[in-house]
Design a protein around this ligand. Structure first.
Ligand code: FAD
Length: 341
């Protein structure tokens, strides 16, 4: 099923043994494996895609640099994934991983991908271990990471009052006072959204002017529950079992706000740089796709948090993965038809 599309590798497995001289930093190809579909990233998007491609009898590998689950592993409670009124992120991750494995997906966790390249119709995935994987179809599901403030208390209280997602966690803070950190679109829009639950939202921005779009600023200024604090440099998030206060410096004076939660929106970095070949993306690095998750490169789809879209949620990531899996299957069939003609 696989080999009829895969081109043979120019590099020989076992480069070390052959004594081929290599410049420092070169990844040696130690082995080569072939698949129908390779999925980079074992979060909700990648695992959903894998489940579908495996059930469609396509030989599938999922690669993740860490344990399976992606951002689910950083999520305390999930209350907005259909079918589960409340579930631990880690438990949902485990269920998704087991589900994909049940249908024969080759799961390779703790397997960092070094780069993704294209040779004709073949997608080449080079692992940091030196192994090379090849397939006609590649689904990019590498997600991304929120930018951290990197202040004391942030990491320790993450999931216990420190959050990076208003839609996910806002409902846990009914009637409480909250701090939002940031001054761009996300901070202002999410701050406004959080007033659906919070009694008051302070938006702390390190500059004297916001970077958000004027329409978002106007809406937030009209919202009586929002108070802007400018020139505020966050120094620490305080609390024992959960967030109790945020400490910041303003014009040389250290101040403290008593809040029940701190929402941090200072940026998000999509993991799109793995693609060696050019794939169209927006200014922030999010991969652009059509409605079938197809990127600008034939045979490469992008799903979940790594692609440009309205929202970053588990349900949308899973939906993206499903769409890409079906599209990838159709693509493989069309390659077979072309090979037969
Ligand atoms: C703190 C927090 C709480 C959240 N709470 C909720 C919630 O309650 N409800 C909700 O719907 N959404 C929530 N979200 C958002 C949701 O978790 C994401 O939208 C979702 O996980 C995106 O799935 P994904 O598969 O696209 O990416 P990810 O979950 O980020 O998975 C990507 C995977 O790719 C892997 N990867 C990256 N680079 C490489 C590489 N070089 N080699 C191999 N593997 C690589 C990563 O290790 C990771 O496992 C939350 C997000 C955060 C940060």
């Amino acid at each position: 099923m696989v080999s009829e599309f895969a081109t043979s590798t120019a590099r020989k497995p076992g480069g070390i043994e052959l004594g081929i001289p290599t410049p420092p930093g070169t990844i040696l190809v130690k082995a080569m494996s072939e698949y129908d579909v390779i999925i980079v990233g074992g979060g909700p998007a990648g695992l959903a895609a894998a489940l579908y491609t495996a059930r469609m009898n396509l030989k599938t590998a999922v690669l993740d640099r860490g344990p399976l689950g992606g951002q689910l592993l950083n999520t305390e409670l999930v209350e907005d994934y259909p079918g589960f009124d409340s579930i631990l992120g880690s438990e949902l991750a485990m269920k998704m991983g087991e589900h994909a494995r049940k249908f024969g997906v080759e799961v390779r966790d703790f397997e960092p991908v070094h780069e993704i390249d294209v040779e004709g119709n073949t997608k080449v995935v080079r692992l940091e271990s030196g192994e090379e994987l090849r397939a006609p179809a590649l689904i990019m599901a590498a997600g991304g990471l929120p930018r951290y403030l990197q202040v004391p208390g942030e990491k320790e209280l993450s999931g216990r009052g420190v959050s990076y997602c208003a839609v996910c966690d806002g409902a846990f803070f009914k009637g409480q006072e909250l701090a939002v950190i940031g001054g761009g679109d996300a901070a202002v829009e999410e701050g406004d959204f959080l007033t659906r639950y919070a009694s008051k939202v302070y938006i702390l921005h390190r500059r004297s002017e916001l970077r958000a779009q004027p329409i978002l600023i106007e809406r937030a200024r009209e919202n009586k529950k929002i108070e802007f604090i400018f020139d505020a440099h966050v120094k620490e998030i305080e609390g024992d079992a959960k967030v109790q206060a945020v400490r910041y410096e303003q014009h040389g004076t250290v101040k403290e706000l008593k809040v029940g939660g701190v929402f941090i929106f200072v940026g998000f970095v999509p993991n799109s740089a793995l693609l060696k070949v050019h794939v169209d993306h927006d200014q922030a690095g999010y991969i652009l796709t059509d409605r079938n998750m197809q990127t600008s490169v034939d045979g490469i789809w992008a799903v979940g948090d790594v692609r440009a879209q309205l929202t970053k949620q588990i349900a949308t990531a899973v939906g993206d993965g499903t769409t890409a899996a079906v599209a990838a299957s159709q693509y493989i069939t069309s390659l077979k038809d072309a090979a037969r003609a």
